[in-house]
Design a protein. Structure first.
Length: 235
């Protein structure tokens, strides 16, 4: 009998935000896999580390994070084959993913390769959306408002059009696109309604009004929250 593939959302950074269900699967699965840069430590594993028992077989899914060349399909093909071998041998595999596996989660690339052949279960996690809103003290949406989620790498004109048409916006994956997003926000006259958050729920969390941010680049794990009318939040 084949093992079960689990996609585990480990939350935005605080180990205490891992769900009870995720904790149970992490403790029980004999094989733990997690995304990692080609050099250095895995953030997903670092989040889950207090909850990972000794003696697990671990697979670091090392992927070069090269702008414009992601996902690296041959890399995911390789790791899907390695994980598939464990599943075929009857061993459950828990794949850790920062935040939620299906919200810009790297687990999707393994899911696409393995879910057709093996039983797969996804354990949702606390997403960075909720963590950033909580850190900034800014409600995401209220009443009948629509929340628009935008990736920072979008072209500037598309970012501007989508932000302009939205009551509430979360710009994710800001990173090196910070200045571009800030230009758009300023052109639209929304600087007073924009909040910047980096490393939400982590020890080095930082949050402040976007207008007060004094740097040109941001970490990958940063977000800008924008409301068209901040005065209506929570009414």
């Amino acid at each position: 009998m084949s093992g079960i593939l689990y996609g585990i959302g480990v939350g935005p950074g605080d180990p205490e935000l891992i769900t009870l269900k995720a904790l149970r699967v992490i403790e029980a699965a004999p094989v733990i896999a997690y995304p990692a840069p080609d050099q250095g430590d895995s953030l997903a594993r670092a989040i889950a580390e207090p909850h990972i028992p000794a003696g697990k077989t671990e697979i670091a899914v090392r992927t070069p994070m090269v702008p414009g060349n992601f996902p690296a399909h041959d890399v995911y093909d390789h790791y899907a084959e390695e994980i598939g071998a464990h599943l075929e041998a009857g061993r459950d595999v828990a794949v850790l993913c920062e935040g939620d596996p299906f919200l810009y989660g790297s687990f999707m690339y393994l899911f696409a390769r393995l879910a057709g052949d093996f039983e797969t279960r996804v354990v949702p996690g606390v997403s960075s959306l909720g963590a950033c809103a909580a850190a900034a003290g800014v409600p995401l949406v209220s009443r009948n408002e629509v929340l628009t989620i935008l990736p920072g790498p979008l072209p500037e004109d598309e970012l501007e059009a989508r932000i302009k048409a939205s009551a509430a916006v979360a710009v994710m994956k800001v990173g090196r696109h910070l200045d571009k997003v800030r230009r758009v926000v300023e052109r639209l006259g929304l600087s007073a309604n924009a909040h910047y958050v980096e490393h939400a729920s982590m020890a080095d969390q930082r949050t402040l009004p976007l207008a007060e941010l004094d740097k040109a680049k941001a970490p990958y794990f940063s977000m800008i929250l924008i409301r068209a009318d901040a005065g209506e939040a929570g009414e």
